[in-house]
Design a protein. Sequence first.
Length: 146
Amino acid sequence: MGKMQRRNSHLKDKELKELKDRLLGQKEDILNKISDQTQYVLDPNEQKEQVDAANSNREKEQEARLLSRQGFLVKKITKTLHDIEIGEYGLCRECDGSIPFDRLRARPVADMCITCKEDSESEEKGKLYKKVSKSLGRTAQEYGRI
């Protein structure tokens, strides 16, 4: 990092190292869990009765969803590690402002400052509230009035 001009200079080297180490550890843990769970999910030797098989299938579906979420988190961590390397870590993707160390410590993959994140979530809630239901043909807001 020495010669590269760091845009994320609001973070001290010690803070950046702490966050990078946490991200690398988290990525390794997730990849190990995915590997273990994939072996369990794909175990062809399981012989159970029909009721047990149905329960097992339900559990496997839940595990598959969890694996998908974990895979998404690994991608986010990989992108975050790349941002650290190119000096863009800790900068809000919306306003380009600095994301405070305390926020990054709580959520190392955060890519928005708290203000922009709250604005984004409010926007999403508004869109969801105004979204027209395919089965009801009206918005949640309209449905609530009836």
